[in-house]
Design a protein around this ligand. Structure first.
Ligand code: AQP
Length: 342
């Protein structure tokens, strides 16, 4: 066994399946930045997850590097945290198989994200990878004896499945895994689509007007926010159930300015949607412009970026090995000479 790290472990990842959005930032990445010094952190670009839908290979390669640069430009310190690509650590795929053999079709079929993503599709056309996505996610987390997983609200159900699998395996084979906990933020756990504010903002949404990408230009940000769907009620109030569009704008502004959405609403007294939208666009641009400058500088220095990812992969492989070995051993796999080596 390697030495236990002195701080509890935090793991989180995002799949490079589209453009990183302000939803992913507010729901997940912002908390990575905040928690990175309290925990021993691993931040992953979960590229294996992204191929549950077909990717264009050259664009996919570039997007994986771009995600790493965005993590760093948002404030993740690559000296303190381990930043890496999931496919660089084969243990993720290996543990997935071991967990697959302990997961049930019924529990995977109940996953809301699977149901949402396959609604209306013929069974013959639904990829096995999409079905198995939560088991790969469980492997990602359990491999590092993770204590905390900061995610948006949509991932809560997957986290519960991860916990169930950890408990099941521990019960069957003795203590193998730390049972992880989700960290879900109070504000911004579910940033909504700009055009359909009863749906979540998603990075792979086909309608680009539904989301704000972190690498969006200021004029596009202004245009998208100006066109965001609100309602005809006079004044600004925070009422997510009856005024989802306005509530979503208040959530975004609140997250960027560290204020509670309801308190923000009160500060608008009898001003209208135009004033609120103007302030949301200003806050987004003020936040994203310096981020984008850092991001472009990182993307222009490929050698440095590659070195960060190589180092991250080495550290992650080293961290993952003892847990994988322990699972194989507990299940009775004969490891031959390898046992002597490790
Ligand atoms: N709209 C959102 N509000 C709050 N949090 C969000 N997250 C994503 N969208 C929002 C959180 O960001 C992380 C993204 O991880 P992921 O890409 O692995 O998962 P996802 O939930 O499938 O994200 P998307 O954007 O919806 O991707 P696609 O469109 O590819 O499926 C997670 O922590 C998520 O909760």
């Amino acid at each position: 066994m390697m030495n236990a790290p002195s701080k509890p472990t935090l793991f989180s990842g995002i799949q490079p399946s589209g453009l990183l959005t302000i939803g992913g930032y507010i729901g997940a990445l912002r908390n990575w930045v905040r928690l990175q010094h309290e925990y021993d952190c691993l931040f992953c670009i979960v590229d294996l997850h992204a191929i549950t839908v077909r990717q264009d290979p050259p664009r996919f390669t570039e997007r994986c590097l771009s995600f790493a640069a965005q993590y760093i430009a948002l404030g993740i310190d690559p000296e303190a945290a381990t930043i890496f690509l999931q496919s660089h650590v084969p243990a993720h795929a290996e543990l997935t198989w071991l967990l697959n053999c302990h997961a049930y079709m019924g529990e995977l079929a109940r996953m809301t994200q699977f149901k949402d993503k396959t609604r209306g599709a013929k069974e013959q056309a639904i990829g096995v990878g999409l079905f198995d996505y939560p088991v790969l996610m469980a492997a990602d987390i359990l491999l590092y004896q993770t204590k905390l997983v900061p995610v948006g609200a949509d991932q809560k159900q997957h986290l519960e499945l991860t916990r169930d699998l950890a408990v099941r395996m521990n019960h069957a084979y003795g203590p193998l895994f730390t049972v992880p906990e989700a960290f879900i933020p109070e504000v911004g756990a579910r940033v909504m689509s700009l055009q359909e504010p009863t749906r979540k903002m998603s990075k792979s949404d086909e309608n680009a007007n539904n989301s704000i990408a972190l690498i969006e230009t200021p004029d596009v940000i202004r245009r998208k926010i100006r066109r965001a769907v609100t309602d005809a009620t006079l004044g600004i109030t925070y009422a997510p159930d009856t005024r989802p569009g306005v509530a979503n704008l208040l959530t975004i502004l609140g997250a960027l300015t560290d204020r509670a959405p309801a308190a923000l609403a009160a500060s608008y007294a009898d001003q209208g949607n135009a004033a609120l939208k103007n302030d949301v666009a200003d806050a987004l641009i003020a936040f994203l412009e310096p981020f984008q400058a850092r991001y472009h500088a990182l993307m222009d220095d490929r050698e440095a970026l590659h070195a960060i990812l190589r180092r991250g992969a080495e550290r992650a492989r080293h961290r993952a090995a003892p847990t994988l070995r322990r699972v194989y051993d507990a299940m009775g796999f004969w490891r031959g000479e390898q046992r002597e080596e490790t």
